[in-house]
Design a protein around this ligand. Sequence first.
Ligand SMILES: [Zn+2]
Length: 415
Amino acid sequence: MPDTSLALRVHDTLAGRKVRVEPREERGRKLLRLYVCGITPYDSGHIGHAFTFCVYDVLVRFVEASGVRVRYVQNVTDVDDPLFERARRDGVDWRELAESEVAVHIRDMGSLGWRVPDFMPRVSGEITPILRAATKLHSNGYAYKTDALYFDASRYRGYGNLSHRTRRSMIRKLREEGLLGTVGPGAKQDALDFPLWRSSRPEEPAWPSRFGEGRPGWHIECSAMAMRYLGEQIDIHGGGRDLAFSHHESERAQSECLTGKVPFARAWMHTGLVRYEGKKMSKSLGNLVLIPQALERAPAAAVRLYLASHRYGRDWEFRWSGLAQAARLAERVRILLAGERAGVGTAQPAATGRVGPNKGMAAGTRRLVDQFNRVLADDLDTPGALRVLRTALREGDAPAVRWMMGILAGTASLT
Ligand SMILES: [Zn+2]
C-alpha cells in the first residue's frame, strides 16, 4: 500500500472492531467531523487528560497531513457540580473560575504542541440549543417531566449496546458515580432514565425554561453542541473510556432519537485510563501528575513521545523512568535536526491529497514515511509509529524524522 490516500481505520467501541473512517466531501473538499468530550474546568491539567487530548491531536494531524480537513469540536462543561463546589469553596464566581481554568488548559496543551480545536463551546453559552433539543425530545415523547425533565431510556432500543453493558452493570456504574438518583412517583420512572433539564440548587446558575428554571443535565450538552457545530451525523466521537457509560451511551440515545438518523457517530473511539502509583490518576485519589510537573522534567516533545508510546485504547501506568527514556529519544531527534528551528513544526497537508510529504523526497525517506503512515492508519498505532521513527533515526534521515515528529508531537518543543 505505497503512497496511498488516507485509509484510516479506528477501533469502534460500538462495533467492537476496527472500522474504516471515510471523510465526506464538503464544498469540494474532504472533511472529517470530530467531536471529543472536553474538560470540566475546575482541575484538568493532569497527564491522564493530556493523554486523551494528545491522542486526538495525533489523529487530527495525521488526517490533515493527508489533505483531509478536520473540523474538531471539544466542549467545555462549565455547568457542573464540582465546578460550582470549588467556586463556592474559593469564594469566586463560577464563570471566572471556569474561564481561568480553560485558559490554563489551553496553555498546558499548547505547551504540548496541541492544535487548538476549531470550536470549544461552553455549556453556559449553549443553553438555547440545549433547550431546543430537550424540548424536541419532550414533544416527540422521548422525555417526561416530573421533578426534572427525564429522558426515557426505554424508548431507545439498544441502550447499553455502546458500552456493552447489561442493565445490572449499568445500574451498578450509575450507583458508583452517584448518578443513580431516585426512582419513584414524582421522580424518575426507571433507574436508567437521566435528566435532560433539572432545577438548580440555591447559589447555582439557573436559566428560565418551559420546564422550570434550572440547568441542563449532563449528557444533553454534547448532543446539542455536536449537532450545532458538526451537523446531525459525525465521523468520530472521542473521549476517555470512562465516559462510554453513562455519558456516551446517553448521548447516542438522545441524538438518534432527536434526528431519527442512525448512526449519530460513525465511530466511537475511546482512550484508555492512565494510572499512577497503581491507581487511576484522579483528583479524588490525589495521585496526579500535572502537565507542568512533567514539563519540568522533560521537554514537551519528550512528553508527547512518551504518551505516544502507549496504544491509545489501553490503560497504562505513568512512570518517570518511561518519561526519561522518551527524553533520550527526543534528544536524539534534536541532535539529528540540529540547525533546524527548536519547534519541530507542523506537518504540511500534501497538495496531492496523498499522505506524506511532497514528491521529490529521497526514496529512503519516502519508504520510511509510507511505513509510518501505514502503521498510523491502522487504528492509530503510535507505538508502531515510534518504531519507524527509531529506524529513521538510525538511518539518520532528518526529513523523515521531521515529518514523523510533526504528527506525533505537533509543535511541541524539543528543548
Ligand atoms: Zn460529552
